[in-house]
Unconditional design. Structure first.
Length: 88
């Protein structure tokens, strides 16, 4: 996939995952980054369990990327939440 396709996939996946996890977006740039990282994580997870990884800019790849982005967001919020608690 091209860089533009990864950015589009990351934006879509990051936005959907942000809405699923905390009901509000994290911001455009963070949504893109979390979505791209989520696509990589989702591809790894799906490959580990015997399914196909991200295959291009299609519905299946968006589902894979959203699953990965949700995992990344949950970990992100767990780490950031701990930092905020310790900072007080």
């Amino acid at each position: 996939m091209s860089i533009i396709a990864w950015i589009i996939l990351g934006l879509i996946a990051g936005f959907i995952a942000s809405k699923l996890v905390n009901r509000s977006g994290e911001g455009v740039m963070l949504d893109i980054v979390l979505g791209i990282v989520g696509a990589i994580v989702g591809g790894f997870l799906f490959t580990t369990f015997g399914a196909a990884p991200v295959t291009g800019l299609n519905i299946y790849s968006i589902v894979v990327a959203v699953v990965g982005a949700v995992v990344v967001l949950v970990i992100y919020h767990a780490v950031i939440g701990r930092r905020r608690i310790q900072a007080r």
